[in-house]
Design a protein around this ligand. Structure first.
Ligand SMILES: *[C@@H]1O[C@H](CO)[C@@H](O)[C@H](O)[C@H]1NC(C)=O
Ligand SMILES: *[C@@H]1O[C@H](CO)[C@@H](O)[C@H](O)[C@H]1NC(C)=O
Ligand SMILES: *[C@@H]1O[C@H](CO)[C@@H](O)[C@H](O)[C@H]1NC(C)=O
Ligand SMILES: *[C@@H]1O[C@H](CO)[C@@H](O)[C@H](O)[C@H]1NC(C)=O
Ligand SMILES: *[C@@H]1O[C@H](CO)[C@@H](O)[C@H](O)[C@H]1NC(C)=O
Ligand SMILES: *[C@@H]1O[C@H](CO)[C@@H](O)[C@H](O)[C@H]1NC(C)=O
Ligand SMILES: *[C@@H]1O[C@H](CO)[C@@H](O)[C@H](O)[C@H]1NC(C)=O
Length: 279
């Protein structure tokens, strides 16, 4: 009797904890496409739905913030706020690219990165002196290096796709340069061997939107070609979970859904990869 109860209890614990002995945090860094409240006006960020696909032992902290770029997330201390709280074993997801393009010397929002993929700098005059603006790649490499030093592992994700049906009923989407920059960051930081992974969220989300078609897309990019309805925010979170499962990042062990249950008519299947991609 007692032995039976003990066994039942052990079984229960096994199911509930799924073998995770410590609680971890999954820190999300991004813009309005990921943030709580999205871009406002009843849009939502996909980071708000990620927890539903994850075991509660990996708790999502959605620190994404509308309007931010790699530059302003750094300048405003938003990476630093996470660095102050992070503990070894945590995971960080970094996804930018919507608010990063433009001319840093002519940008009323002061958020555009310096063009280039390396150590290029753009010294911009501000009211408080000169801000030495760096490239998207440098900001992400800098944040990644610090997260690794603090014992965390990092996933760099390509930015969410804009509405591929914006101009008509034919699917029209290609990755932006930020997809390439994002995998370059993961690769240049040492890739999976160094604890840095790439999830092609752009590709996975675009695949789902393609499968759902133009009417669905037009209804679920309700405000403009970037921001998502709550339904698409949830869809994009599930597309991220598929991308995570299709890669090698050990964080995939926290995904509660079997790959065979995620793949299908809506989300599609794992995307083809080559040896260049640090997934
Ligand atoms: C969002 O809603 C506010 C208030 O209703 C409105 O003034 C604004 O134009 C809307 N913005 C967009 C981008 O739709
Ligand atoms: C760890 O997370 C689980 C699931 O959310 C929760 O039940 C438990 O109280 C947490 N443990 C600690 C030590 O925070
Ligand atoms: C997420 O982390 C930030 C930075 O530590 C913190 O200010 C915020 O309260 C956290 N959010 C939640 C929902 O725990
Ligand atoms: C590197 O990151 C830290 C923390 O976010 C930040 O304080 C510092 O300004 C960054 N350096 C560069 C060159 O971006
Ligand atoms: C951008 O920087 C300029 C020069 O410092 C400043 O006048 C302006 O208020 C800033 N704009 C924002 C949105 O921070
Ligand atoms: C995984 O299953 C949960 C319900 O158990 C659901 O809320 C979530 O959307 C699913 N995620 C995926 C990627 O299918
Ligand atoms: C590998 O895939 C990426 C992304 O699709 C592509 O940009 C790159 O050119 C490919 N590399 C090779 C060697 O095929």
């Amino acid at each position: 009797m007692i032995a039976k109860r003990a066994l039942a209890l052990l079984g229960l614990l096994g199911t509930v904890s799924a073998g995770f002995c410590k609680n971890r945090t999954f820190w999300l860094c991004g813009d309005s496409t990921m943030a709580p409240g999205g871009g406002h006006n009843h849009t939502e960020g996909w980071g708000q739905y990620l927890q539903y696909s994850l075991d509660p032992h990996l708790r999502v902290n959605n620190s994404a913030y509308a309007g931010r770029s790699a530059r302003t997330f750094t300048r405003e201390g938003r990476f630093q706020a996470i660095m102050d709280k992070i503990t070894p074993g945590d995971w960080v997801l970094i996804q930018f690219g919507h608010n990063d393009p433009g001319d840093p010397f002519n940008d009323p929002k002061n958020r555009t990165d310096c063009p280039g993929m390396g150590s290029e700098t753009c010294p911009v005059q501000t009211d408080d002196g000169v801000e030495v603006v760096q490239t998207f790649v440098t900001y992400l490499q800098n944040a990644t290096a610090e997260f690794l030093r603090l014992g965390a592992r990092v996933i760099i994700a390509s930015p969410t796709p804009n509405n591929p049906y914006e101009f008509g009923p034919t699917f029209n989407w290609t990755p932006t340069i930020y997809s390439w920059y994002s995998w370059y960051v993961a690769s240049s930081m040492g890739g999976p061997a160094a604890g840095v992974y790439y999830v092609d969220h752009a590709g996975y989300a675009a695949q789902a939107v393609h499968n759902l078609g133009p009417e669905s897309a037009d209804a679920n990019y309700p405000m403009d070609h970037t921001h998502l309805s709550p339904a698409y925010a949830d869809l994009f979170a599930r597309a991220f979970a598929l991308g995570l499962k299709c890669g090698t990042a050990p964080a995939q062990q926290y995904v509660v859904n079997a790959t065979s249950r995620i793949e299908g008519d809506v989300l599609g299947t794992c995307l083809p990869v080559n040896a260049t991609l640090p997934i």
